[in-house]
Design a protein around this ligand. Sequence first.
Ligand code: GDP
Length: 363
Amino acid sequence: MEAGIVGLPNVGKSTLFNALTLSKAAQSENYPFCTIEPNEGIVSVPDQRLDRITKYIVPQKLIPATLKLVDIAGIVKGASEGEGLGNKFLSHIREVDAILQVVRCFEDPDVTHVAGSVDPLADIDTIETELMLADLQSLENALGKAQRTARSGDKEAKLRVTVIEKCSEHLNEGKPLRLLNLNEAESAAISSFGLLTAKPILFVANVDETDLDGKNPLVDKVRQHADKVGADVACVCAKLEAEIAELDEEDREEMLTDVGLAEPALNQIARAAYHTLGLQSYFTAGEKEVRAWPVPIGATAPQAAGVIHSDFERGFIRAEVYSLADLEEHGGEKEIRQAGKLRVEGKSYVMQDGDICHFLFNV
Ligand code: GDP
């Protein structure tokens, strides 16, 4: 699963990306279009539960869940018509599973704002409009073909035509497809189009160092908007985070204390992005490794096993499952088993966030 960082030029995307991936690869300069090719990075998702597990099961290796981030260059007004590097950006967005939109909520006279003033809602609107226009174009392109196939009596194509029309109508009302309720068959009919506004979105409010508590009227506006469009919001000072990310462990702790943060805001963003991607974690825990694995919320036990290896899904027999609370109460897996708390779950079991599992399977 991957999330793409988007936003207008000069809002702090590359700064955030660098901080998140600790990579110096993405250039961060006060210059629109400085990031042309998408940069990719892997980010681990900090999870306190891993530390709690390792109090009882001491592994040789501790492996957090990760997600892939793509730094997509800035979108400008007119991108859907090829303005800036329009179409190229849009095709990169098409490939990601979720969108992380960085919105500028920081004032800095030294950093040019493409639209002339700091106005996060106007920025959000600019991008959403471009994405909606791009979706309308994709739908329009697909409609002709679907109509021709439908004329020959093809049932699937008929459904596709209906859904395309429904989506276009919704977009023409100025609403992203994320807010349109489609049933499973309808969603499937258009799933190959890679529609941009159907993707889940997380707004990352990039604030001044002095606004880290999130009490900033601009951030409030972003929050109100996010509520309306079914999105989450995370707050960060990208510039500060980039500085923190470059420090070694000890200095990092000191700096965090100085600025009054319990942990880098990046941790919160990684978790929020994970959530926006519709993921939750389950754990495997043994002496060799304690590891968090990402699964889509609602996944069954065989699907979860399949995240480790596709053979595990195919040959799934059953899962042995316990919770962190069980571990903390009984102190070890053997004790959990003795207390009769080790649950045996079959193929239809729906994974719960934080399950600790063993899978039994045939090869
Ligand atoms: P991008 O075009 O969206 O990738 O933006 P960049 O990450 O290249 O940032 C543009 C400029 O804004 C750079 O000079 C950054 O140092 C600066 N910048 C980024 N984040 C912040 C922030 O939180 N506060 C301030 N004051 N400047 C920032």
